[in-house]
Design a protein around this ligand. Structure first.
Ligand code: URA
Length: 208
């Protein structure tokens, strides 16, 4: 996993557009600073969170604040693969005011960019980081308690929902769940663990 030819330093400007260039003018968040994903062409998997927070908005980079530091720690210690080997982004590229959850109309605007990136880069493994991302990638209003750490197949892609690294900051129980999720992600990437769930079997995971 440490072959130097796969080492890659992301270009923070790659694939980005400035706020004035964002074509999604009807998005309620249009005009905010855009935080593009860090796309590594050699990535072992994609990590997709919810939306940038304050630190990410200020820096223009995903997962660089407190959550980012937690994420880096979980990756290094529990997947045993450093962050540089992943592509990292979010469902939304702009920060919702006050760090609230993204609204459905914001997601429906921004997802077009994410879909373009997924179509172009075709990651075979995606870690859906947190509830908003897990719901988007599984296409169903799942409960994290039911789906975290499971290995789904959806539309030809492996989806591993993992707890958001910030969750572990508030609860020791969540921290041990998150450790397990990231350990499982590492096993999936190394081919030590296969798909266990098809996302079509949905109702048992959902809110309904
Ligand atoms: N939380 C997220 O979901 N994404 C970030 O980029 C930062 C915090």
């Amino acid at each position: 996993m440490s072959e130097s030819r796969f080492e890659y330093t992301p270009d923070p400007q790659a694939g980005s557009c400035t706020r004035a260039e964002c074509p999604l003018r009807s998005c309620p968040l249009w005009g905010s600073r855009i935080v593009p994903p860090e796309l590594n062409p050699y990535s072992v998997a994609w990590l997709v969170g919810e939306a940038p927070g304050k630190d990410e908005e200020e820096s223009g980079l995903p997962f660089v604040g407190k959550s980012g530091r937690e994420l880096n720690m979980y990756l290094k210690r529990f997947t045993r693969i450093p962050r540089e080997r992943f592509s990292v982004g979010n469902i939304l590229r702009c920060r919702p005011p006050g760090n609230r959850d993204p609204h459905a109309d914001e997601i429906s605007h921004c997802e077009s960019r994410l879909i373009l990136d997924l179509d172009e880069h075709r990651p075979s493994i995606v870690a859906a980081v947190g509830r908003v991302s897990a719901r988007w990638f599984l296409g169903y209003p799942v409960r994290m308690e039911k789906v975290h750490g499971l290995v789904f197949e959806r539309m030809g892609r492996i989806i591993v929902p993992v707890y958001h690294p910030a969750a572990g900051l508030h609860s020791p129980r969540r921290m041990s769940d998150t450790i397990r999720d990231f350990s499982i992600l590492g096993e999936v990437i190394r081919g030590e663990r296969g798909i266990t769930h098809m996302s079509e079997i949905q109702s048992e995971y959902g809110v309904g």
